[in-house]
Write a protein that binds this ligand. Structure first.
Ligand code: NAI
Length: 249
């Protein structure tokens, strides 16, 4: 398979790329650094150019896409959080659909977060179009508000595409990890505003996840054994969502 992976330079994306490479697939890695295609996905013109480069390298046909690039709540600019985690992800999804339609048993996975469940779409400032005002009012916590909003929006965007992508013959799902040991989590732990809350966010299973554990779910969702899985979100969080919201089914 030919597979494009954003965020391939680190953490969950790097683990996913390694697992798929080990299985013999051709990977096109896209990231700020350590990648086949080096690009800042927050820059709309640069990401359009990156799409062109993905299509050139793949010959216009992709069997799978994994959109993993993201920034955490500690990033000072909430607009950057929304741009990378939500707008860039949706832009790439839409731009790469025609290439996926030319692939074999094509599928895509977007890496969202359990944070997607922390806010309702009806209250999401991205939906309401009042991001600047809402994030300004959140003060020191603008980053975590922007993070939850961006992940809620990207999960909704995937669900909204289930009908069209199903008709196009391309499966599309999200994974929603809890705390996973990556540089993104470490940056949150090192941040004085968020460190303690993240440390206290201990999953029932008693530990954080490892990037390879998220990668194995992504690999499964891309493969033929997941042929009927479409438009779904898979929480992979050591049980923390069940613990905090047991009746939210
Ligand atoms: P990471 O920091 O190890 O990897 C993220 C990758 O995205 C990095 O290689 C980074 O360079 C790339 N990236 C960031 N901004 C970019 C930009 N503007 N253009 C191109 N590439 C860019 O972090 P991790 O944890 O592997 O994150 C992967 C995804 O998993 C993210 O979407 C994150 O929100 C999500 N996630 C992570 C959790 C965790 O606890 N680590 C929990 C839930 C979701």
């Amino acid at each position: 398979m030919t597979i494009a992976i954003t965020g391939s330079g680190s953490g969950i994306g790097a683990a996913t790329a390694a697992a798929l490479r080990a299985a013999g697939h051709d990977i096109i890695g896209i990231d700020l650094r350590n990648a086949d295609i080096t690009v800042d996905l927050a820059d709309a013109a640069a990401r359009d150019a990156a799409v062109g480069e993905i299509l050139r390298r793949s010959g216009g046909a992709l069997d799978a896409v994994v959109l993993c690039a993201g920034v955490g709540p500690q990033v000072p600019d909430p607009n950057l959080v929304v741009e990378v985690n939500y707008r860039a992800t949706v832009a790439l999804l839409d731009a790469l659909l025609p290439a996926l339609q030319k692939g074999e048993n094509p599928a895509a996975v977007v890496v969202s977060s359990v944070a997607s469940t922390q806010i309702k779409w009806e209250d999401n400032p991205i939906n309401k179009g009042n991001e600047a005002e809402a994030f300004a009012q959140a003060g020191d916590f603008a980053g975590s508000y922007a993070y939850a909003s961006s992940k809620n929006a990207v999960t909704v965007a995937v669900r909204e595409r289930a009908a069209a992508w199903g008709a196009a013959g391309v499966r599309l799902n999200t994974v929603a990890p809890g705390s996973v040991e990556t540089p993104l989590l470490q940056a949150g732990l090192d941040d004085p505003r968020y460190g303690e809350a993240i440390r206290n966010f201990v999953a029932p299973i008693g530990r954080n996840g490892k990037p390879e554990e998220i990668a194995s779910l992504i690999v499964y969702l891309l493969g033929p054994q997941a042929g009927f899985i479409h438009g779904a979100q898979f929480v992979i969080d050591g049980g923390i969502d069940a613990q905090t919201r047991p009746t939210a089914v």
